[in-house]
Ligand binder design. Structure first.
Ligand SMILES: [Zn+2]
Length: 391
């Protein structure tokens, strides 16, 4: 990658403008399912910058997604910068910049990253640096579980409001995650017929839902050890975990329901649907063994995925990173599940998560160093040039 362009981009990234944008986004509270006002604020900022902004309901009219395009006018691929504007449901912390660090709700997760990607878009336009193709900039709601269910990203995929590859400026600066496990949150409800009854008055043969719950937990515990055999060199192994079990009112009453909640995680290339089938089979066995009825909600947060480390997207990112820092970023796994899991495993669109080394996601103490936001703006602008311009 050309050194002169790298220097030009670095000179054109406007630190103050980037910080002001981040503050303007953070100051609008946007808990998941209520990100409409923050989306409106982002649309206003883009419009004031002279971008033509489109809004699409994308299965959540309360907060239509924000979409802007920077088109080179030359045929070529589309790189998408995508972020979620919604935040976990914690008390709102207003923005402040202190010690060259942005604090406040969503400064790390992930409006700081969104502001950095937007700054990259501005720089690409100012320098007319895109040799071909387009950059598609999008932002949406419905990311953070359990309040959100990923419906806007899924609608964007269905409606074609996506690029040929996606960059997600979440709070992960290293490694470059080319693989990740899938995750489903399950809730099993174990039921028997009849009413709650005193233990000594139970009809003979009344199924015991508490014992069935214990049996299910034990089966999952044993299964978890078997699942460890399903390994992947980057992301580890399959697992299942129970974090919550609830049943009963008092010590000598036989209840009718027992709830068991936990997770199931899996490695690529296993498909989400196959994981769900296997889970349902195990629960059907436990139901038959215990004479109960078991219903399960199996909410896939994102599938397992792997991005080809020799793909155009990874090569473009590494060219940009090398131009900026002198070396490529080590490849690794993504520790969390984000929208990239949906883009890759459901949309077949390669996605990379890379953003500021920011801290405190999902706490009241989020912090994003401004230097990091500036660095991400540079990486994103150069990645777009490499991705869209590569022969
Ligand atoms: Zn996030």
């Amino acid at each position: 990658m050309n050194k002169a362009l790298c220097d030009q981009v670095a000179r054109t990234v406007d630190r103050q403008r980037l910080t002001d944008t981040a503050v303007a986004l953070v100051e609008v509270p946007s808990p998941t399912r209520s990100a409409g006002a923050a989306a409106n604020r982002l649309a206003e900022i883009l419009t004031a910058d002279g971008f033509s902004v489109k809004r699409h309901a994308a299965d959540w009219p309360e907060a239509p997604i924000v979409l802007a395009v920077l088109d080179s006018g030359v045929p070529g691929p589309t790189l998408q910068f995508d972020g979620h504007l919604d935040t976990v449901h914690l008390p709102f912390v207003p923005p402040r910049v202190e010690n060259d660090t942005l604090y406040g709700s969503s400064s790390a997760d992930m409006k700081g990253g969104i502001a950095a990607a937007l700054e990259a878009l501005r720089v690409l336009r100012t320098l007319d640096a895109l040799p071909a193709g387009r950059v598609l900039f999008t932002a949406h709601d419905h990311h953070e579980g359990p309040w959100g269910d990923g419906r806007q990203v899924r609608a964007m995929i269905r409606e074609g409001l996506v690029g040929d590859a996606v960059m997600l400026p979440e709070y992960l600066a290293t490694p470059l995650p080319v693989a990740g496990r899938g995750l489903a949150i399950f809730q099993a409800t174990i039921r028997r017929d009849g009413e709650p009854v005193h233990e000594v008055l139970r009809p003979i043969g009344t199924p015991d839902v508490v014992a069935a719950g214990a049996h299910l937990v034990n089966r999952l515990h044993v299964w978890n050890q078997e699942l460890e055999q399903n390994c992947h060199p980057l992301v580890g192994h399959d697992s299942t975990f129970v974090g919550n079990i609830q049943a009963g009112e008092i010590y000598n009453q036989s209840p009718t329901e027992c709830f068991v909640q936990g997770t199931r995680r899996w490695v690529p290339p296993t498909r989400s649907a196959d994981v769900q089938d296997g889970f349902s089979r195990l629960l059907a066995e436990v139901a038959a063994e215990t004479g109960t009825e078991i219903n399960v909600e199996f909410a896939v947060q994102g599938g397992a995925y792997q991005v080809d480390s020799d793909s155009r997207l990874v090569r473009a990112f590494q060219q940009a990173h090398t131009a900026l820092t002198g070396s490529s970023l080590p490849l690794g796994a993504k520790p969390f599940v984000d929208d990239g899991n949906i883009y890759t495993s459901e949309g077949g669109i390669p996605a990379l998560t890379h953003g500021p080394a920011a801290t405190g996601a999902h706490t009241l103490h989020e912090a994003a160093p401004v230097d990091e936001l500036v660095r991400v703006a540079n990486v994103y602008a150069l990645t777009a040039v490499a991705f869209c311009g590569e022969a």
